[in-house]
Design a protein around this ligand. Sequence first.
Ligand SMILES: [Zn+2]
Length: 149
Amino acid sequence: MSFTSHMETALQEARAAGERGEVPVGAVVVDPSGRVVARAGNRMRELHDPSAHAEVLAIRAACAAAGSERLPGHALYVTLEPCPACAAIISAARIARLYYGASDPKSGGVAQGPRIFTHTQAHHVPEIYDGIAAEESERLLKAFFAARR
Ligand SMILES: [Zn+2]
């Protein structure tokens, strides 16, 4: 099914991020016709940029390609629950559907913590599907942090 293959692409980006020494998180933006228009992994360390999360980089690239700061009808696949900053950007970008993998009790901002989309200040709330390929996403993260200890 397509949502699985797009999450597989996001997982490839997560693995590539881990190989670069970044926390292994990957994201993919899919346009309304189902075409992948952007894919990215974390690059905070490489870019010396605390905002260079996979979701932000993928949304930036997709917006640049679309020539718009909004991505109506687009879907975002990300291997880990977005943090509060990314959740706010997902809302601002008018992403239609958010698919994510593992939940993030430490830094997540969707299903826990600030729960960005539940606030009245979230002017746009995507459809949210969690737990997609969550086990593989979690396995990557655990292996990464275990190797760094
Ligand atoms: Zn984030």
